[in-house]
Structures are given as structure tokens and as C-alpha cells.
Design a binder for this molecule. Structure first.
Ligand SMILES: NC(=O)C1=CN([C@@H]2O[C@H](COP(=O)(O)OP(=O)(O)OC[C@H]3O[C@@H](n4cnc5c(N)ncnc54)[C@H](O)[C@@H]3O)[C@@H](O)[C@H]2O)C=CC1
Ligand SMILES: CC(C)(CO)C(=O)C(=O)O
Length: 355
């Protein structure tokens, strides 16, 4: 096949941008990373040091090309946008001003990017990420793969790419070429049903804020049963909202299935906590825990996940008391200058009145 050789810039060398780059760059070298000065400098000096799960003894160092400004790469064909949703508008303006209208691959969780990016760009491919990654420092990256082990194949993550709206044959062709390039380094596939793909993934993201609020993995959890009960009900409401809004499930390896969510909500919490515990092992540290607890920030994607579902619930007339309660508590707690995760019993006390 006659493969087009695109020049890629990964805009945002955080957990997701760095994992994609670390998997791809050794097999396809027309890739460079862009991040803020301090992060860029550390990456230039130390490379990306990547490990799977807790296997820090098997860390792999990959030296990668890094830039601090898009003006250093005026011939960029494709920008892989791997920033959070809350940075997206400013970043889109910068790309527009410096590169015009390149091909964009948007990797955010949620659908806020579908509102923002079409204001600036005409060739947008969206992605749904099926792995969890975190940064111990700008140059040290851990990830958890959800892939079943395959003999002789290193584990990576899986990425589902798709377009939204009317199909544009040129963009579909570009997407196929990009998938072929990505497959040199990691598993990428095309989803012909992108809205259902990203909405299915977002159900899992509804739990991000619960685990952040409760400090899962960061503090003692006084009742795993209560944490499981809250999280499972938050996710189950998400499934009911999506069904009422006409979405259907798009199964992806590692992404919690709607059947399992429903079962978890139906079973007594003393049993569903075991399903919950097994599942969260896939997500050692979700992206919101990284923002709020690890990096001690007060910006998060709460509004683009639970906030979006609450708006949808309102539109389709579905009640979502768990999501509303948790959203309200997170809004208040995450805004505090020195957020400290709450005891799960206190979270329960704050939300149970509204259930
Ligand atoms: N971390 C995870 O496990 C997963 C994350 N996601 C989603 O992927 C998206 C990216 O998440 P992460 O990689 O975790 O975020 P991150 O916060 O680790 O990385 C974002 C990077 O973008 C950089 N950045 C932001 N604005 C910039 C600017 N103006 N100029 C230069 N660099 C800039 C930041 O410095 C940071 O290094 C989010 O929407 C998240 O929800 C999806 C699945 C899993
Ligand atoms: C890994 C996962 C699914 C955890 O919820 C995620 O998407 C995130 O961290 O934002």
C-alpha cells in the first residue's frame, strides 16, 4: 500500500500524549512532542521512561524529539491533540494561528471537543482511549493495558478513531492511513459508530470524580462497600441516561460493559464491591485523580463528564440523584485551595439526603 508519510506533532506530552508517542516513535520517526517549557526541557534531557503497571524495574527509555512552539514545525500535517478539555479552546486558537487548518486527532474523553474544535478546523478525527496512563514526573510514565496478552506482542493501549457528522471521503482515507501508521506501534482501529463509542467510554469516566473525591489509592477507604455502591449507581444512572437519549453500547476490551454496570447496581453492595474492586484495578489512577490529587490542581473535567450527563438527563427526563449529589459535592470540594479527599462515609452522608 502506498502510505502517506505524515508529519505528526503530539500537542500535550502528558499521560496520553506520551504513551502514544512512546509506542509510535521507535517505529515511525516523523513524530515530535510539544509541551510547556519545563516539561519540554525535562523530556529533551531525560526522554520518556515508560513502564507497565507496577513494573518499574522494566522501565524502558525512549529518547524523543521535543519542541516548545509550533513555529518550530511549520510543515506539520497532523496535530495529535492530547490536552485536557479545559485547555482545548486556547490550544485550538494557538494551532489555528500558527498552522492554519491541519488534520486534527482529538483524544479527549467526552464530547466537549466536538463543540470546540469544529469552530477552528475542518479535518477532525476523534479518538476513544482504552488504557489508563499517569505521569510520576514529566519524563516517567506508567500505563495499564487492558489488552489480553498475546504471545510475542508487547502490551500497549487500544485507540478507536472515528469521525462525526456527514462522512467526508477524503478524511475517511486520511484516517485509514493514520490507523496504518499507528498500528506500527500500537493497536488502533476505526469505529464507524463514533458517538456510541465515546459515549460508552464516558460511562466509565463518570466514576473518575467519585474515586477522586474518596481518594481511592491515596487514603484509606473506610468502606469499600459504600464506595462501590456510590460508584456503581453513578455509572448505572449514566447507562439509563444514554439509553433514554437513544445511544447504544459499543463494546471495547477493558471498558466496563453496561451489563456489568447494571448487575453491579442490582446486587447487594457486599457482593458488587468485589466486581468493583476487580474493575478499578484497570484504572490505577484516573485522569481526574491526577489533576486534583497528584498535581494539586483545581481544574478538572468534571463538567464535561458528570455535568454533561446531568444536562442530558434533564433533556431526556431521567432522574440522576447519585450523579447530581456527587457532582455538587465535587464542585465544592475540588474548588478548595487544599483539597483533601473525604472519608467515604462522609460522602455518603452528604449525598444520601437527595437519593
Ligand atoms: N490519563 C488517562 O489515563 C486517560 C486520559 N484520557 C483523556 O485524555 C485527555 C488527556 O489526558 P492526560 O494525558 O491524562 O492529560 P495530562 O494533563 O497528563 O496531559 C496534558 C498535557 O498537555 C499539556 N498542555 C496543556 N496546555 C498546553 C499548552 N497550552 N501548551 C503546551 N502544552 C500544554 C500539559 O502541560 C500536559 O502535559 C483528557 O481528556 C483525558 O480525560 C483518556 C483516557 C485515559
Ligand atoms: C482510564 C479511565 C477509564 C479511568 O476512568 C479514564 O478514561 C481516565 O482516567 O480518564
Amino acid at each position: 500500500m502506498n502510505e502517506k508519510e505524515y508529519d505528526f506533532v503530539i500537542f500535550g506530552a502528558g499521560a496520553i500524549g506520551s504513551s502514544i508517542g512512546a509506542w509510535l516513535y521507535p517505529h515511525y520517526n516523523k513524530v515530535c512532542f510539544l509541551d510547556r517549557k519545563e516539561i519540554a526541557n525535562e523530556l529533551k534531557e531525560k526522554g520518556i521512561n515508560i513502564y507497565l503497571n507496577e513494573e518499574k524495574d522494566k522501565i524502558q527509555k525512549i529518547n524523543v524529539p521535543v519542541i516548545e512552539d509550533l513555529n518550530e514545525k511549520p510543515d506539520t500535517d497532523v496535530v495529535i491533540l492530547a490536552t485536557k478539555n479545559y485547555s482545548l479552546d486556547a490550544v485550538a486558537q494557538e494551532i489555528k494561528a500558527k498552522l492554519g487548518d491541519p488534520i486534527i486527532i482529538a483524544l479527549q474523553n467526552g464530547v466537549e471537543n466536538q463543540k470546540i474544535l469544529p469552530k477552528y478546523f475542518s479535518k477532525i478525527i476523534y479518538g476513544t482511549i482504552c488504557w489508563n496512563a499517569w505521569k510520576d514526573s514529566p519524563s516517567v510514565l506508567g500505563f495499564s493495558s487492558w489488552q489480553k496478552p498475546e504471545e510475542g506482542k508487547p502490551k500497549t493501549g487500544s485507540l478507536f478513531l472515528g469521525t462525526v457528522g456527514d462522512k467526508n471521503p477524503e478524511l475517511e482515507g486520511i484516517m485509514k492511513n493514520i490507523v496504518n501508521i499507528f498500528n506500527k506501534g500500537f493497536d488502533a482501529q476505526i469505529s464507524n459508530d463514533f458517538q456510541n463509542t465515546i459515549h460508552t467510554k464516558m460511562v466509565t469516566n463518570l466514576g473518575n470524580c467519585v474515586l477522586t473525591l474518596a481518594g481511592h489509592k491515596f487514603r484509606e477507604i473506610s468502606s469499600m462497600k459504600t464506595l462501590a455502591k456510590i460508584t456503581t449507581n453513578v455509572l448505572n444512572e449514566g447507562v439509563q441516561i444514554l439509553k433514554a437519549a437513544g445511544y447504544s453500547e459499543y463494546p471495547m476490551d477493558g471498558v466496563t460493559s453496561w451489563g456489568l454496570v447494571g448487575l453491579g447496581a442490582k446486587l447487594p453492595a457486599s457482593i458488587s464491591k468485589f466486581i468493583f474492586q476487580k474493575k478499578v484495578k484497570h484504572y490505577p489512577m484516573n485522569s481526574m485523580q491526577q489533576d486534583i490529587i497528584l498535581h494539586k490542581g483545581n481544574q478538572s473535567e468534571l463538567d464535561y463528564f458528570n455535568g454533561y450527563f446531568l444536562e442530558l438527563a434533564n433533556k431526556v427526563g431521567v432522574k440522576a440523584p447519585y450523579n447530581q449529589g456527587i457532582y455538587d459535592v465535587c464542585k465544592e470540594e475540588f474548588a478548595k485551595p487544599n483539597f483533601e479527599p473525604l472519608d467515604v462515609a462522609d460522602i455518603w452522608e452528604k449525598i444520601e439526603g437527595n437519593l
